[in-house]
Design a protein around this ligand. Structure first.
Ligand SMILES: Nc1ncnc2c1ncn2[C@@H]1O[C@H](COP(=O)(O)OP(=O)(O)OP(=O)(O)O)[C@@H](O)[C@H]1O
Length: 707
């Protein structure tokens, strides 16, 4: 890849440092925590910016009897996020700046690449095809941007081709795409009461619609490329893929960070050369509500908030990178470490949310002794598959719990996007770990790109429609629709395809672990008033809005609660937010004191002095899942029986039309069928009511539909 010429680094460029917990520093992942190529040449150039006393690697190296000089040469630039400021650098002037500026301002088209930055180009024999592969970025972007600024939220739909399994099952492609008009049509086959088939068309329009022939390069150009320049200018951008399991989220997301890195490096060393910009990569996953570092042997991470409510991920290692090959290897390493499992719909289904972050930092006043400050960030989220949506029968309990956790975080993510687009001052990031860690991506000048992935097959029609409805909802947010407008829909009688209004809600605090940590903290920071403001009960309008959206969401994800087809019902009876218990004036425990000092938080830490008591989530979740399962089984059985009875009724009607039919027989049989139907409904209603009671007992915020 290097065109025969090996890149060599001077000792100044090889400032490596082994993390204390790197787990076998000289293992398969390179020498002493660095990255080693196949030919044995160390090629990564990374600089530690963690304050010296925090670098576990240095201690390890000292223990190994190495001199400071040796350590300096061999340290693998690892960085603990907690040790530097996650806050954006204050406003600064960048010559020719402006994410929406044109080519001249960016310096495009004025000659070849300049590699004068020593951290980037230690060896000029580096292959251009590797690092500077020609993209349309330099050529196409500025003009495009000049004409159309990047929207705050962009929604793109990608359809994948039919897979072998779908073809073998003779499933049809039911999605027509009109790329020019950014529209698509879903052809849904439905059954009439007399069991004859008819096709219902559903049309959608999005910001972009990509068919199965579209390459990953084109996906990048349509989604991430336009936001890349913005992250040099104090913007945090987030790109995530959404869709049912097996719809192509991972396939779509995986190539994007590398392509973005290429463009970032190009800008860094072309337009913004010699301006002190540096690129850092981190990669972690959220699995079962916990965080794991994918670039450090899956070591467990903690999330903390500093006094300015900035989220820090304690222990997360960040690599300073200066070439694409290094980034590629880091990404591959992270992907290989990620948790996956098998679902009925996808053999390698993602069981976790994987978050890869590209952070751009800038040296302040060209001062090397100070840590660089964050200039912008680009986060890529490959969301876990919603296994339950496609694989409800043979999952074990663990998978179901994972599914519930996943759905909870997806719902929370949607809530944040909604708040973000409405320019609300309060973003409900505390809804889940996912949104908590992405908190700083939701505030300030942010951009969100959502890629909705869909399967074309007739067998996935319902899930596809749900994904598209969800995407449509997000898109309509970006067009500035407001809560009131949508209320009319929420309050209107449900259409035939509407689900029940049983939808899971997100507790304000997603995990008991976070709460324990918080409540053990000192009593400075938030006031009760602040807390109450942050967690105030939603207004009626908000709740009605939420009913509608959660209903759609539940469908989109296989739902924590199952869909129940209901016609002509109006939502009533919304339960209140669970009771909150406040506890004030607690002194910091030893654990809390240790955490604050050990983690070397740069700012004073403010923690709420108010405690909200939550039940043991796992225990209740298990019980509820079991009861939900029973309810769903009973519902399924009842539907099957109803279908049999409908067939019997159809036969009865046919017989009734025959000459000489026996009226007595007709009346007796019809009466029997109707009684049986009524008994089935009453039984199901009783089960449903019992389940609703259980949910209320367990303080699950329930949007109930009265029978
Ligand atoms: N656009 C596409 N073109 C060709 N193959 C695709 C495309 N999208 C997905 N696939 C294939 O479909 C399979 C499932 O895709 P993928 O793993 O990306 O789904 P997913 O949505 O991430 O699933 P999960 O949510 O379960 O993790 C993979 O084998 C992948 O290679």
């Amino acid at each position: 890849m290097n065109g025969g010429g090996r890149r060599r680094y001077s000792s100044e460029q090889l400032m490596f440092d082994v993390p204390a917990n790197a787990g076998g520093g000289a293992g398969k992942w390179g020498q002493r925590g660095g990255v080693r190529r196949g030919d044995g040449e160390i090629f990564v150039s990374v600089e530690p910016t963690t304050p010296a006393r925090l670098r576990g690697g240095e201690a390890a190296a000292a223990a190994a009897g190495e001199s400071p000089g040796q350590r300096q040469q061999l340290s693998p630039g690892l960085l603990d996020l907690h040790a530097f400021d996650t806050e954006l650098i204050s406003d600064f002037q960048v010559p020719g700046i402006g994410m929406y500026d044109g080519a001249q301002k960016f310096g495009y088209g004025n000659g070849g690449f300049d590699d004068s930055d020593p951290t980037f180009a230690p060896n000029k024999q580096m292959s251009k095809s590797t690092v500077f592969a020609e993209s349309n970025f330099l050529k196409a972007f500025p003009e495009k941007e000049k004409a159309a600024p990047v929207a705050k939220i962009k929604v793109v739909v990608r359809k994948r081709p039919l897979n072998k399994k779908e073809i073998s099952k003779k499933e049809e492609d039911i999605i027509d795409i009109e790329q020019q008009s950014n529209s698509l049509t879903v052809h849904e086959t439905k059954l009439k009461v007399d069991l004859t088939e008819y096709v219902e068309k559903h049309e959608f329009v999005f910001d972009a619609v990509l068919d199965e022939d579209v390459s990953n390069d084109e996906v990048y150009r349509e989604t991430v490329e336009p936001v890349v320049p913005a992250i040099f200018n104090r913007t945090k951008a987030t790109c995530f893929a959404y869709g049912q399991t097996g719809s192509g989220k991972t396939y779509t997301m995986r190539p994007l960070p590398l392509k973005a890195s290429q463009d970032i490096l190009r800008l860094m060393h072309h337009t913004y050369r010699n301006q002190g910009y540096q690129l850092f990569v981190s990669f972690f996953e959220i699995y079962g509500g916990k965080l794991f570092d994918l670039l450090n042997e899956r070591s467990k991470l903690c999330m903390r908030e500093d006094g300015k409510q900035k989220v820090c991920i304690v222990g997360l290692q960040e690599y300073r990178v200066s070439d694409v090959e290094t980034i590629k290897e880091l990404i591959e390493k992270g992907n290989a470490t990620r948790s996956t499992g098998t679902t009925g719909a996808n053999e390698e289904s993602s069981r976790s949310h994987a978050i890869l972050q590209l952070a751009i930092k800038k040296r302040v006043d060209g001062n090397d002794s100070k840590p660089p400050r964050l200039a912008g960030k680009l986060s890529f989220i490959d969301l876990a598959g919603s296994e339950r949506g496609a694989d409800t029968t043979d999952n074990d309990k663990q998978t179901r719990i994972e599914g519930a956790e996943i759905n909870k975080s997806l719902l929370a993510l949607k809530e944040c996007i909604r708040a973000l687009d409405n320019d609300q001052t309060h973003i409900p990031f505390r809804g889940s770990k996912l949104t908590e860690v992405l908190r700083d991506s939701f505030i300030g000048d942010s951009r969100t790109v959502m890629i909705s992935c869909i399967s074309p097959s007739s067998g996935s029609c319902e899930h596809t429609l749900n994904t598209l409805r969800y995407a449509d909802r997000v898109k309509s947010l970006s067009k500035g629709s407001n809560t009131k407008k949508d209320l009319s829909l929420a309050a209107a009688p449900l259409r035939e395809s509407s689900p029940s209004l049983l939808a899971s809600a997100v507790p304000s605090f997603s995990s008991a672990e976070v709460m324990n940590d918080i409540t053990e903290r000192s009593n400075f920071g938030w006031t009760k008033q602040q807390y109450v403001k942050e967690h105030q009960a939603p207004t009626f309008v908000d709740r009605m809005q939420k009913v509608k959206e959660d209903t759609e969401f539940s469908l989109s994800n296989g739902g924590y609660f199952k869909e129940q087809r209901t016609k002509g019902s109006v939502p009533v009876g919304i339960a209140e937010v669970p009771d909150t218990v406040y506890q004030q004036g607690r002194q910091p425990t030893r654990k809390a004191r240790d955490l604050t000092s050990d983690n070397n938080m740069r700012n004073s830490i403010a923690y709420p002095i108010i405690r909200r008591v939550v039940p043991d989530e796992d225990e209740h979740l298990n019980e509820l899942l079991q009861e939900e399962e029973d309810l769903v089984s009973a519902h399924r059985k009842q539907v099957e029986e109803t279908l049999d009875m409908i067939k019997e009724e159809m036969n009865l009607l046919v017989e009734a039309d025959q000459p000489g039919n026996q009226l007595d027989d007709y009346i007796t049989r019809l009466s029997g069928i109707l009684s049986q139907k009524a008994a089935g409904i009453v039984d199901l209603q009783a089960r449903l009511a019992q389940f609703q009671r259980r949910l209320n007992e367990n303080n699950v915020l329930l949007y109930a539909q009265c029978p």
